[in-house]
Design a protein around this ligand. Sequence first.
Ligand code: SIN
Length: 335
Amino acid sequence: MPLKTRVLGDSFACEVVGLHLWETQDDRIIKELRALWVLHPVLVFRRQALSENELADFSARFGPLERTVRSDWASPARPEVTLISNLKDAQGRPIGGLGDGEIQWHSDQSYMMQPATGAMLCAVELPPEGGTTSWVDLGAAYDGLSARLQRVVEDRYAIFSYAKRLAGYQGVDRVISADAQRKTPSVLHLLVHTHPVHGKKSLYLDSTTTIGVDGMDQDSGKALLEELYEAATRPQFVYRHDWQIGDAVLWDNGLTMHRREPFDPEARRLMKRTTMLLPRDRHIVPDGRLAAAYPSDQPRSTIRASVNAMRQQPQAASPALAPVRSPLTAKPARR
Ligand code: SIN
């Protein structure tokens, strides 16, 4: 039987109905999902209460799992699973990353030379309001550019800086290990890529890391990027996901950016994410190169100094953020 699917509103996102992702899926189903994912870069699966192993095992059917440079956000039980959460442990230390603030439009891993562009995010605990995640379709955004802008971005490389991404984070998320620093020099990626399956062009963007455009002076590069972000994030290209516990969203960072709205710091939110290295014959996987030192690339020492200063201030654990319970102890009824 073919997959049961439902396009969400008039967006590019598509819900896949009736699969039990905690079960091992037939190769036929995975093949159909791969084909569907090429057409719909955001796939939604509801009522999936997955253990970390189930999440990792399902994700790995689409490509090798990547352990990201944020080893400090990795689940102790299954390090290929990243914890995205504002929760803290009994000592008041964050159990994962990205806190409770707004996260601007970005593409995971864009700061890597060879980004692992597949991602899956599962909702385990949710705040009563806020924390909504939206995705933007960068293929449609490319089609919507004026002919002039399409000409300007063709064959152009943008400069992607992890230092810029870090500077936008909250609190201790700004601190990375020496190993993570070594792995994240600024890189160049083409602003436009062609999809290997259907041949359509798509933008590749990330407002939280791009600091300029190769071969353009700083002001002109920034002006071009601003124009692109404004054009690319128009509401008609956006799918906004209202999370329910048990939702699992699979997306392709080679064709989309996403953003998260802030939520009440006193509320609990726990999401679990995997990251997959996708095959180049089926997905846009940017193949970057090292960027030459760029004047506005903020030196890491500046970030580290400000974080050190911040760390010296006492940090009280909020009583509302109780020690983390083992998630997924109560699974929703399986149909
Ligand atoms: C992310 O940007 O990977 C996390 C998104 C979210 O917390 O909803």
